[in-house]
Design a protein around this ligand. Structure first.
Ligand SMILES: [Fe+2]
Ligand SMILES: [Fe+2]
Length: 316
C-alpha cells in the first residue's frame, strides 16, 4: 500500500552486527534527517551518551528489553523494559551500564548512525589489527581487560564516578598493546633475548598505544594505556614514572597485564599457576601497588578470578 513501509524479516537498512565490541547498532528506518535505530548492549558493558553538536538535536531511547543504569546528577537511575528517556541540550556525558543484556530503540531527529558506524569501524579495525599481527596479543588484550574489570570492581564497588572511570579503564585495558601494530614481527615474535635496539623499539609500544587512542578517546584513556609498563620504583618504561605519578587505573592494568603474561603460554615461557603468579606479584611491592596485588591474590585464593572471555565470540 502506498505510504506504508513494512518489514517482516530480520533485515535492517544497515547493520553493524559484525562489531567486535559488545554494542551493536542497526538502522531500522530513515526519513530525511530522522533515524530509527536499534542498539544492543551486553550485560555489564558501559556506554555513554554525549552532548549533541546542535541544541535542536533530540535523541529518544525506549528500553525494549533488559535494564540500563544511568549515572545521573541526582544519582544512579535504572531504566527497565518499557521505560524511555530522551536527550536534548545535554551539557556533559551521561555514563550508563547495562545490568543485563539490553536492547534500546533509538530515535534521533538528526543523522547519527553513520557517525556511530565510523567510530565502530575504527574500533573494529584496531582490534582486528591486533589479531592479525599477533593472536597472542589479541587474546592477551581481552584477558587484561577482564582481569582489570574484576580488580576494579572488587577494589572500588562504591566510588563516586566509578562508571566513568571504569569505562575509560576498560577501553585502555583492551587497547593497551595496540601500539604493537607498529612493532616489527621479527621483534614481536622473537623467542631469544632482545638486543638493545630491539628492546628500545619494544619499549615504544605504550607511546604508540597512547597516540592511537588519543584520536578517539579521552586523555585519561590514552594515559592509562601509555603507563601500563610503568613501575612504582621508576624502573618501568617508557617514562620511568614513580609512585603516585602512576594512576590507580594504570596500576590495575599493569598488574592485570603482568599476571596474564605470567599465566599464559607464549610457546617459550614458563607458565605459572594463578596462585604462584599472584603471590609473585604480591611479593614485589617495589614494583606493583600492594592494594592491587592483595586483591588479586585474594580473588585467586577464593577462586573468584573469572576465566578469560574472548570478545570476538561475544554475542553483540
Ligand atoms: Fe605492553
Ligand atoms: Fe600487555
Amino acid at each position: 500500500m502506498d505510504g506504508l513501509y513494512s518489514s517482516h524479516t530480520q533485515e535492517q537498512l544497515q547493520t553493524e552486527n559484525e562489531s567486535l565490541l559488545p554494542n551493536g547498532i542497526e538502522l531500522l528506518a530513515k526519513c530525511a534527517d530522522m533515524e530509527i535505530m536499534k542498539q544492543r548492549i551486553v550485560e555489564g558493558a558501559s556506554v555513554w551518551f554525549s552532548p549533541a553538536d546542535s541544541s535542536n538535536t533530540m535523541e529518544f531511547f525506549f528500553v525494549h528489553r533488559g535494564a540500563l543504569e544511568l549515572a545521573l546528577d541526582e544519582g544512579p537511575t535504572v531504566y527497565r523494559a518499557g521505560d524511555s528517556f530522551y536527550i536534548q541540550g545535554l551539557k556533559s556525558d551521561v555514563y550508563c551500564r547495562s545490568l543485563e543484556d539490553t536492547e534500546l530503540i533509538y530515535v534521533s531527529n538528526q543523522p547519527m548512525f553513520h557517525d556511530t558506524l565510523d567510530f565502530e569501524t575504527y574500533i573494529r579495525k584496531l582490534i582486528s589489527d591486533i589479531n592479525d599481527k599477533d593472536h597472542y596479543t589479541y587474546q592477551h588484550s581481552t584477558n587484561v581487560m577482564h582481569y582489570s574489570i574484576q580488580l576494579f570492581n572488587e577494589m572500588y564497588p562504591k566510588m563516586a564516578d566509578r562508571d566513568a572511570i571504569l569505562n575509560d579503564m576498560v577501553i585502555a585495558a583492551l587497547f593497551h598493546d595496540v601500539g604493537k601494530c607498529n612493532t616489527p614481527d621479527a621483534i614481536l615474535k622473537k623467542k631469544g633475548k632482545l638486543d638493545a635496539e630491539e628492546w628500545r623499539i619494544i619499549c615504544h609500544h605504550p607511546v604508540d598505544s597512547g597516540r592511537l587512542l588519543r584520536r578517539y578517546y579521552s586523555e585519561r584513556v590514552a594515559e592509562i594505556a601509555e603507563h601500563h609498563h610503568e613501575r612504582l620504583n621508576g624502573s618501568g618504561y617508557p617514562f620511568g614514572l614513580t609512585g603516585e605519578e602512576i594512576s590507580r587505573e594504570a596500576m590495575i592494568v599493569s598488574v592485570a597485564d603482568a599476571f596474564d603474561a605470567m599465566t599464559t603460554s607464549r610457546g617459550y615461557n614458563t607458565v605459572k599457576s594463578f596462585h604462584a603468579a599472584a603471590k609473585e606479584l604480591y611479593d614485589l611491592p617495589e614494583l606493583f601497588d600492594r592494594h592491587v596485588t592483595q586483591v588479586l591474590l585474594r580473588l585467586v585464593e577464593e577462586g573468584k578470578l573469572h576465566e578469560e572471555r574472548d570478545v570476538a565470540n561475544d554475542k553483540v
